[in-house]
Design a protein around this ligand. Structure first.
Ligand code: COA
Length: 330
């Protein structure tokens, strides 16, 4: 029987520069109180100019490999979830492959926005389960500051920069590792959250720059409505499918877009607050990085034991959404 994939190393990287809510009070018409009450965010980290998502991803990847005791040369495949690649091509996976010296790996980027890390991990899992690869690196990295309009109060307070990475290897025990996932999308939601410019439909031009088409656009109220229902539904679906009682869940690691969206999912699963990873106050929404970064923090804090049931949940642009069930294997 094919083996499951298990996480054998996890780490993250956060750039040192911090933008606080107080900083935003000087930049746009907002208040610390508004941002905290509506989103839960207090501060976010911003990567310096001259560095891209691959820099953060490579940093997190190197540390995850050390955690796993795997050398870069042993990695066979790299999957990078990002909506802020360093450039249109070459892909970020190739850039990270070079930076970490994973000279035997091939790599590809996955654009699944805030669900990108779950999508990328699900894809990587297939290569382990079929026996095709034994050591795969999955990275979630986003420099959201690169596509954020710091004059638009509707979006600029929400996002931050970070990366997280995991190493996947075959699990000898079929009860441990990535047990299942549910992945969905609803492209009719694309019009509510997007970055229009720079692709083949609207290539970069003076007009796209003048019309601010290279920045994130979000209809926050509509996205919020879909996200609250979407993330809770897909997480409940995987829990019910596997007949898991809320008391048996050790940690829910949800995408960090808005505290109120996370609360809705936690309430639906009837989870005690200490079982829900919350770090949105420190980092804001770092898109593909939120889940591996959350997992890394939980693991570093010593909160996970072998066999613990862990859930990932996400909702994002596309719309994309997904949930993942794993039993911790380290
Ligand atoms: N400071 C002060 N006021 C702000 C503001 C800010 N930073 N940003 C928006 N506002 C204003 C709006 O202009 C609006 O004013 P109006 O009523 O005069 O038009 C008012 O606050 C309420 O706006 P609204 O959009 O209804 O607020 P909200 O409670 O929905 O919160 C978000 C806004 C963006 C925080 C929230 O909608 C959200 O989190 N959306 C989903 C994000 C998400 O999940 N994205 C997908 C994953 S990436």
């Amino acid at each position: 029987m094919a083996s499951k994939a298990k996480i054998t190393g996890v780490s993250h990287y956060v750039p040192p520069k911090v933008l606080t809510n107080k900083d935003f009070e000087k930049m746009v018409d907002t208040t610390d109180e508004w941002i905290i009450t509506r989103t839960g965010i207090k501060e976010r980290h911003i990567l310096e100019d001259g560095k891209g998502s691959s820099y953060m991803g490579a940093f997190a990847a190197k540390r995850a490999l050390e955690e796993a005791g795997v050398s870069p040369e042993e990695i066979e495949m790299i999957v990078v979830a990002t909506v802020t690649p360093d450039m249109m091509f070459p892909n970020t996976a190739c850039l990270i492959q070079d930076q970490i010296g994973a000279k035997n790996a091939w790599g590809v980027d996955v654009n699944g926005a805030c669900s990108g890390f779950i999508y990328a991990t699900a894809m990587a899992t297939q290569f382990i389960e079929t026996g095709r690869h034994k050591k795969v690196l999955v990275v979630g990295a986003d420099k959201m500051s690169a596509i954020t309009d710091y004059t638009d109060r509707n979006t600029c307070v929400l996002f931050g920069d970070a990366a997280g990475a995991i190493v996947l290897e075959p699990s000898e025990d079929p009860e441990l590792g990535i047990i299942d996932y549910i992945l969905r999308s609803d492209g009719s939601g694309g019009k509510y959250l997007y970055q229009l410019g720079g692709g083949s439909l609207h290539p970069a031009s003076h007009e796209t720059v003048d019309k601010k088409m290279h920045y994130i656009y979000q209809d926050g109220r509509t996205v919020f409505k879909y996200a609250v229902a979407g993330m809770a539904d897909i997480t409940e679906e995987i829990v019910k499918k596997h007949h898991i009682d809320s008391k048996d869940i050790k940690m829910l690691i949800p995408h960090q877009a808005n505290m109120r969206i996370i609360d809705a999912t936690a309430r639906r699963l009837k989870l005690d607050p200490e079982k829900v990873l919350i770090n949105i106050h420190k980092y804001g929404n770092t898109t593909a990085a939120t889940i591996p970064m959350g997992l890394s923090e939980v693991y570093q804090d010593g909160k996970l034991q072998k066999g613990d049931t862990v859930l990932f949940a996400a909702f994002g642009a596309g719309f994309t959404f997904g949930s993942m069930l794993l039993r911790w294997a380290i």
